[in-house]
Design a binder for this molecule. Sequence first.
Ligand code: TXA
Ligand code: MG
Length: 320
Amino acid sequence: MTKILNPNLNSDLHEAVDILKKGGVVALPTETVYGLAADASNENGIRKIFYAKRRPANHPLILHINSFDNLNKYVTNIPLCVEILAKKFWPGPLTILLSKSSFVSDLVTGGSDKVAIRVPSNKFFQKVLEMGDFGIVAPSANLHKKLSPTKSEHVFRQLNGSIDAILDGGSCKIGIESTIVDCTSENLKILRSGPILKNDLEMLLNIEIEDVSSSNHNNVSGSMKEHYKPNKYVYIFDKNSIKNIIDNKKSTIIFYSDYIDESVKDFKKIRMSKDPLEYGRLIYSALYEADIDDSEIILIEDLPKNEEWLAINDRIRRML
Ligand code: TXA
Ligand code: MG
C-alpha cells in the first residue's frame, strides 16, 4: 500500500526525503503535473521509476534541480541563451535540453548524451530538493501512455501499491506538462509544447525557434503519436458533427460553448472554461472523471487553434 504524506508536516517531508535517499520512489506535486520522483544519483531509485510506470528504459527522464546555480554540475556547457531563459522562466514550467556532464547517469537519459533539466516552482517540491540536497528525476506520475495526474487521487488510482508514497500537495496550478526546448545547438527547437509559448521564448531571445513537437519521436514519450490516453475512446466534435457522434453511445461531453448546454440534453456534461489557462489547469481532472463514470466514450469539443491552445490541442490529439 502506498503511503500518503502531508507536505505541511515537517516529519512527512523528512520521510519523503528519507525514502528517496534510500532508493525509493515518491510522487511529488509540481506546478505542472505530479512527478514520480527518485534521487537522481541513486540508480536503484531510477530503475524503480521505470518499473512502476512500465516505461521503456530508453525514454529519458527530466532532472529537477532547485536553482540555476546548480545547473553547471549536470551539464558541460551553459550557453548565454540558457542563462537568459532561466533568469526569466525558472522556477517554472520550462525544461531545457543541454549536453550532460558525467555526473548524470545514462539511466536518466536513456543512453543519450543530452539531459533535460528544469527548476520546478512548487514550494513542496522545492523543500524536498533543498532538504535532500540532491537532484530529482521525475517523469509524470502515471502509467506509461496514460493520463498525467494533477491531483494525488489521480496518482493513487494508477500507482497505488507500486510506489512508496505520495506527497499530497493538492491540485497542480498549471495542469499541463512543461515546455521542452532543445538548447544543444544554436538553432533552438521546441520538443514539446507547453505552458510557455514559442512566442514568449522568441520575444525574449529575439530569435526564431522551430517547433518540432508535432513530429513523432519514439523515445520521447510526450512526442509519441499515442500518449496521455484515457482508457475510453475519445472523439472530438464540433457544431456540425455533434449530432452524428452522440447518436447511440452513452457519452460524457467535455465542452466550453454555451450552445452545448442548450442543445444537448440527457448526457453527462463537464463544463470547461473558455480561458486556455483555466481549461489547461482542469482538463486532466475532467478526463479522469469522464474515464471512471459509466459512459462508454468521451467527447471533447474542438478547441480554438491559436497559440494559447497549442499545448492542450497537442495533448488531446494524442488521445484520439
Ligand atoms: O512538467 C513536466 O515536465 C513534468 C513534471 C513532473 O516535471 N514531467 C514530465 O515528464 O512531463 P515526462 O517524463 O512525463 O515527460 C518528459 C518528456 C518525455 O517526453 C521525455 O522523453 C522527454 O521529456 N525528455 C526527457 N529527457 C530527455 C532527453 N534527454 N532528450 C530528449 N527528450 C527528453
Ligand atoms: Mg508524461
